[in-house]
Structures are given as structure tokens and as C-alpha cells.
Write a protein that binds this ligand. Structure first.
Ligand code: HEM
Length: 493
């Protein structure tokens, strides 16, 4: 066991402040359209996101095809990828992303060649999209003056206000090593034990294809289902561990599907509880480890020190997948989350493979790359010709169509700009979500450094051909759904 306790910054990313005071990463290739090898379906159209979003109004279950065809927001439907892809199989709008990496800088302009009008355009879109996210200050920070705030308190307030990114400014700062578990040195460093926990979680959440598995997806959903019970009106609920400690996991039907991750979380808690951790922190750390373990997923700032619940969380505080946009937006407003913030958060369905909402379609994914944190979920939800084995939740479709949320939905769907924009939006909103109902934010500790490093902005599925064929409806249902569930490589025929 190494004992140096050194914090290593492998890659320090410079940040720059644009005209509106919005910080973005200055590392070439990140947050720009031309990131070489960024392996998603890419449209050749120079996408004016604003035009795509404004035209994406539609009635009925899908967005206007004009937006899809005129911009990269068609996600899986990108016709242009055929030019880049030897395996583009795209009747249902899903072309292969496996070989699109070589063409991923093909979108005309905006390459990594310094400042350009397109970057400026991107920055302004980022500002407009993200400035409409949630901004309420929450918990103990609400009534606290800045001079009484700890550095964590100030950082969280900046994130909540939208003045700071919910991702750390570098993507890979991490413990190179930390003191041995159980030593006084480890006990002195609040984050030390979390490094052991995060490493164990990572191991359990990754499959042989390098994708995140069902446990990871469950952990992300569990983080939401614990914290999301918060209600401003009721002044109750939040990230307090009650979903596990009070057995809400098993007793409330809204939590169906979370049994396995709840069980695993109890196992982890029993193993580490003597080190003074809380269940509330364990759940939120699990969600953040899982997010970055999914290829292309962001590192969301991770704080510890939450207190565990002493009572159950309030009932009827969680959304249902058949709800209208109005019902969803109203519910989330009571959680201090705006319509745009909600759109950023539901993007987590990019990893999803539902089992219980539609049991006859168990393990059908919500986009064509389950286990990968890409923006295909947004594009394919908008795309009327999405691959046939994608199951869209009505709630997601409603958000993609409502006037309060559809523009952001389209922005995130953009194959060139959407991913960086979404990761930032998601991280910011998830920091908020993970702190709902927490009334000691000022005394939390930032342990982001225990998270696995960011996997980067490139990803190739080793079994893309089989994934594509499966999504198009080839093969029997079990052929790929099970490997996909475990993050494992789909075997050849
Ligand atoms: C509009 C609000 C939302 C609704 C109605 C909703 C509904 C659902 C439903 C019905 C499932 C499928 C469960 C199953 O049958 O297995 C699901 C899965 C999932 N949800 Fe949501 N959700 C919402 C928001 C969110 C948010 C905010 C997050 C995270 C921040 C999230 C993360 C996930 C994940 C990761 C899964 C996949 C679970 C798995 O594959 O096992 N959801 N959601």
C-alpha cells in the first residue's frame, strides 16, 4: 500500500472567462466542435443550433424533422455519417458511430485551430442555455452571508448561481495514492476512506466492453431517487439516505428496479460504516463515480458530510414516466430545478435500459448506446426515425416538445457542441440535486479528487456493428440486451 498521500494533477486545464464572465475550458479539443475522435454520430451540416431548436416544435410524439435534418440534433439519424462510416446502418436513424470518429471533425469549421466565430457562437449558446438553468441558493447557504461561508460554501454557492462549473476545473486531479485504510493518517484526511470506496465502486460498475453496467445505471438513478424526494413546499426530503435506510427502495413502487443497487449500497455501507461515513454520502458518491465511469461522463464535484435521515422521505414527490411536461416542470420547480435544469438531468437516460416501466420490453434502452454518456439520447428522442429497439419514455418526449424545454433539448442534441454543453449543465444541476435538503452545506468537504479520472472526449464501442444491428431490430431480444446490461462486449454471431 502506498502511503504518500499525494494529490496529483495530471492535466491542469486552463480556464478562460468570456465576455459574460462564463468560465469554459481552454484545452483544445474540449468544448469545441472539432475534437478529433469524438466518437458520436456526426452530421455534416453546419449546425445552427438556434435554428434547429426554433424549428423543433412539433405535435405528436416527435420533433419536427426539419430540425433533425438541418442540424446534428438528429442524433442517431445523422445521414452524413454514412460518408464517414463503413458500417452505417441507418434505416432507423442510427448510423454507426464506430467509424465516425475519423469524421467527427467534419462539421465544417470550428476546428481546433484557435479562436473562430464558431467558438464565439458556441460560447454565446452555452451562456444562453446554461444561464437559464436553476439558480436558487439552497439549504443553510440560503440565509448565510458570504463572509460567513467556508470555501466549500462559497464554491457551492457559485455553482448554484451558475457562476462556476459543476465539474472541477481540471478533469483528472486525483489521489495518486493515499494512506492505508485504517491508519491514523487515513483517518485524518476526510477524503481518504472515500478513495477506497470510489475505487471499489468503479471496479463493480464497469463491464468488459468498457461501458458502465446496470449497477452504475442503478447508482445514478438511486442518487436521483434519494435526493429527488426534496420538496421546497413541504420542507422535507432530499439527499439523506432514507431511500436505503428506511427501505423505501423496496417499499415504494416508484423505486422499482433499484433493489440491486440498494442491496449493494447496504453491503458497502456495512463494510465502511465504521469509518464514519453516512448513507446519504455513500449514495451520492455512488452516483458520481458511476457517471464518470460511463465513457464520456463528466466528473461531477463530490462533497461529503451529509447527515442521514431520521424520518422517511415524503411520498408522491417523484416524477412518473407518463406525465405531461407541465406536471414534470411543476414538480421540479418545487425542487428548485428549472425546466432547463430538468432537461440536463434527464439526459442521464442516455445510459438507461429500462426494465419495469414497460416489462414486455425489459432491457430496451433509451438510446442506441446504453452505458455510454453521449448525447444520442437527446437526438434520438427528437428523431421520429430512431432505431426500432429504442424505447422512449413519454415524459422525455414531452420535455423534448414543450416550449419551456425543447430548445435546450435540441442544443444538447447537437453533435458538435452538445456534449460539452450538456456535461457542464448536468454537472451543475447534479451538484444542486445532490445537495437538496442538506442543511450543512457550509461544513461539507470537497472530495472530488477521489473520483476516477475523466475518460476523455473520445470513445469507440468495440462491438459497434452488433450494437447497431441490434438497435435496428436484428437478432432476438436476448442476443445483446444482456451483455449491454453488464457493460460487456456483444459476442459476434
Ligand atoms: C422526468 C423525470 C424522470 C422520469 C419520469 C424518469 C423515469 C424513469 C424510468 C421509468 C426509468 C426506468 C426504470 C425501470 O423500469 O427500470 C428510469 C431509468 C433511469 N433513470 Fe430516470 N426518470 C426521470 C429523471 C431522471 C433523472 C433526473 C435521473 C438522474 C439524474 C435519472 C436517471 C435514470 C437512470 C440512470 C435510469 C436507468 C436505470 C437502469 O437502467 O437500471 N432519471 N427513469
Amino acid at each position: 500500500m502506498k502511503t504518500s498521500g499525494v494529490l496529483v494533477t495530471v492535466l491542469a486545464v486552463t480556464t478562460t472567462t468570456n465576455a459574460w464572465g462564463w468560465n469554459y475550458y481552454g484545452n483544445p479539443g474540449y468544448n469545441q466542435g472539432g475534437n478529433p475522435g469524438y466518437n458520436q454520430r456526426v452530421s455534416s451540416g453546419s449546425s445552427s443550433s438556434s435554428s434547429s431548436s426554433s424549428s423543433s416544435s412539433s405535435s405528436g410524439g416527435s420533433s419536427s424533422s426539419s430540425s433533425s435534418s438541418s442540424s446534428s440534433s438528429s442524433g442517431g439519424g445523422s445521414s452524413s455519417s454514412s460518408s464517414s462510416s463503413s458500417s452505417s446502418s441507418s434505416s432507423g436513424g442510427s448510423s454507426s458511430s464506430s467509424s465516425s470518429s475519423s469524421s467527427s471533425s467534419s462539421s465544417g469549421g470550428g476546428q481546433n485551430d484557435g479562436w473562430s466565430w464558431e467558438m464565439e457562437y458556441q460560447m454565446s449558446q452555452n451562456y444562453h442555455v446554461n444561464s437559464r438553468q436553476s439558480t436558487d441558493v439552497i439549504g443553510d447557504l440560503y440565509n448565510m452571508s458570504d463572509k460567513d461561508m467556508s470555501s466549500v460554501g462559497k464554491t457551492v454557492k457559485l455553482i448554484l448561481n451558475g457562476d462556476r462549473n459543476g465539474q472541477p476545473q481540471d478533469t483528472v486531479t486525483h489521489y495518486d495514492s493515499c494512506p492505508s485504510k485504517g491508519t491514523p493518517e487515513c483517518a485524518k484526511d476526510t477524503c481518504c476512506i472515500w478513495k477506497y470506496i470510489a475505487d471499489e465502486m468503479k471496479e463493480a460498475m464497469t463491464g468488459t466492453a468498457g461501458r458502465c453496467n446496470g449497477l452504475a445505471r442503478g447508482a445514478i438513478r438511486l442518487g436521483f431517487h434519494d435526493a429527488g424526494t426534496y420538496s421546497k413546499k413541504l420542507n422535507a426530503g432530499g439527499a439523506d439516505g432514507s431511500i436505503v435506510t428506511f427501505g423505501e427502495c423496496e417499499m415504494r413502487s416508484i423505486n422499482k428496479g433499484l433493489e440491486e443497487i440498494c442491496h449493494q449500497t447496504r453491503v458497502w455501507f456495512d463494510k465502511y460504516k465504521d469509518f464514519g461515513i453516512s448513507m446519504a454520502d455513500l449514495i451520492q458518491m455512488g452516483a458520481n463515480v458511476a457517471t464518470v465511469v460511463c465513457p464520456l461522463g463528466p466528473r461531477v464535484r463530490s462533497f461529503v458530510g451529509r447527515k442521514d435521515a431520521t424520518t422517511e422521505s415524503p411520498v408522491d414527490t417523484m416524477p412518473i414516466h407518463t406525465w405531461s411536461a407541465d406536471q414534470l416542470i411543476t414538480l421540479f420547480e418545487d425542487k428548485t430545478i428549472s425546466a432547463q435544469g430538468l432537461v440536463a438531468l434527464v439526459g442521464a437516460h442516455t445510459t438507461s435500459q429500462q426494465r419495469y416501466a414497460y416489462p414486455d420490453k425489459a432491457l430496451w434502452p433509451q438510446d442506441s448506446t446504453p452505458g455510454v454518456w453521449d448525447v444520442l439520447f437527446y437526438g434520438e428522442t427528437l428523431n421520429p426515425n430512431a432505431p426500432s429497439r429504442i424505447l422512449k419514455f413519454p415524459s422525455d418526449v414531452h420535455l423534448s416538445e414543450d416550449s419551456r424545454s425543447k430548445n435546450v433539448f435540441s442544443f444538447y442534441a447537437d453533435q458538435r457542441w452538445g456534449h460539452a454543453l450538456w456535461n457542464e449543465g448536468y454537472a451543475r444541476e447534479y451538484v444542486r440535486l445532490s445537495l437538496l435538503g442538506v442543511n450543512n452545506i457550509n461544513s461539507l468537504t470537497d472530495c472530488t479528487k477521489v473520483l476516477p479520472g475523466w475518460s476523455g472526449n473520445t470513445w469507440s464501442n468495440p462491438d459497434q456493428k452488433y450494437m447497431d444491428e441490434y438497435m435496428q431490430g436484428k437478432g432476438n431480444r436476448d442476443y445483446a440486451s444482456s451483455p449491454l446490461r453488464y457493460g460487456d462486449k456483444i459476442p459476434g454471431y
